[in-house]
Ligand binder design. Structure first.
Ligand SMILES: C[S@@+](CC[C@H](N)C(=O)[O-])C[C@H]1O[C@@H](n2cnc3c(N)ncnc32)[C@H](O)[C@@H]1O
Length: 339
């Protein structure tokens, strides 16, 4: 590496307009993260680096049939994004990222990332019309895209399972019902970590058979079952003592959330808990940005809500001791207790 060029002085102080300009430029260029990640994943570059100790740009380009000069630029961008460590044109992946990008790993993130990339294209297409009319072209899901969607949910949710397990003591719980549980990622991981727990995953007809396959794959068919149906109506087990709504409430309007919480609270055993895990907004409803963005993503059929909203719905349903736990920069857990 070359010697650094000496600095002459501190950077000039920026006035308010200049600071605003820097901020806007940073926001605008944040668009580049997603296409770089997407291209690097789809051509196999991220997968290759995830499985090698370290590679040079030339080796990677040779192995994958890519253009060497273009490859080094993408690798440097990935290093600047914090995913790789790079020295000149030799790169290695930072440890925590390897399981996400290793194609052989159980938590390979490819589906999740593809889903987000498709969302970005859809947003660019649909937002102007949405603003004008509130409408958003609905793309009906065929079975294949449904499988891709729930697969992407699995990839996106998996990273949260360890934190949820730490935050939620289930050692005294018997039966968790996972409303809109998708492939059962939370139920499966929580049951693997809590040998005394059983779970029922409720999801729509198109998803439940895929959930059953996941449960079987993890050897949990004696403790976890998938139930096909609408979570507003499906029968609930009598011994339910945890009602989990993970990434579900944002797809409901306010009256839908209230109905789900009422229904769960009424069916819980005394001492049971309603647990909501979701993107939320703080009470100002102006932060964090992922909560605000997610509200757009839910168009007009869903929204993001605040911890105070959930406390009000839970209290109205007769739950007490409502608490909030931050599960990461963008996810909260709200728990209400049935006396
Ligand atoms: C965003 S995904 C969340 C999946 C899972 N809870 C997770 O966090 O990984 C929402 C899930 O709710 C399911 N869902 C939507 N409406 C439903 C309904 N009325 N009854 C049952 N499931 C529903 C969808 O099929 C989807 O699997």
């Amino acid at each position: 590496m070359k010697e650094p060029v000496p600095r002459t002085s501190e950077a000039p102080e920026a006035d308010e307009m200049e600071t605003a300009y820097d901020h806007v430029q940073q926001l605008e260029w944040s668009f580049a993260n997603l296409p770089v990640l997407h291209a690097a994943a789809e051509c196999g570059l991220l997968g290759l680096i995830a499985t090698e100790d370290r590679v040079t740009a030339t080796q990677a380009a040779d192995q994958l049939g890519l253009h060497p000069a273009a490859t080094v630029k993408i690798l440097r961008a990935l290093a600047s994004m914090g995913i790789l460590r790079g020295q000149e044109d030799t790169f290695e992946m930072r440890g925590g990222y390897r399981p996400l990008f290793d194609p052989g790993s159980a938590i390979h993130h490819a589906n999740g990332q593809r889903h987000i990339f498709e969302l970005s294209q859809m947003w660019a297409r649909e937002l102007p019309g949405f603003l004008e009319t509130g409408a958003w072209t609905k793309t009906p899901r065929d079975p294949e895209s449904m499988a891709r969607f729930v697969g992407s949910m699995r990839a996106l949710s998996y990273g949260m399972t360890g934190r949820l397990h730490q935050a939620l003591d289930l050692t005294q719980s018997r039966h968790l019902v996972d409303f809109g549980g998708g492939l059962g990622t939370y139920s499966i991981e929580l049951c693997l970590r809590t040998p005394t727990l059983r779970a029922t995953v409720i999801d729509v007809e198109a998803v439940a058979p895929l959930t059953t396959q996941e449960i079987d794959r993890h050897g949990l068919s004696d403790r976890v079952e998938a139930l096909a149906g609408d979570y507003h109506q499906a029968p609930l087990p009598e011994d339910m003592d945890v009602a989990l709504f993970a990434n579900v409430m944002h797809q409901e309007r306010r009256d839908g959330v209230a109905r789900l919480i009422d229904r769960a609270a009424a069916a819980l055993r005394p001492g049971g808990r309603v647990v909501v895990v979701d993107f939320t907004l703080e009470e100002s409803r102006a932060e964090p940005s992922l909560g605000a963005f997610f509200a757009i993503n839910m168009r007009l059929f869903g929204d993001t809500y605040t911890p105070g909203d959930f406390r009000d719905w839970m209290t109205a349903a007769g739950l007490t001791d409502v608490t909030r736990t931050d599960l990461g920069p963008n996810k909260l857990m709200i728990v209400g207790h049935k006396p």
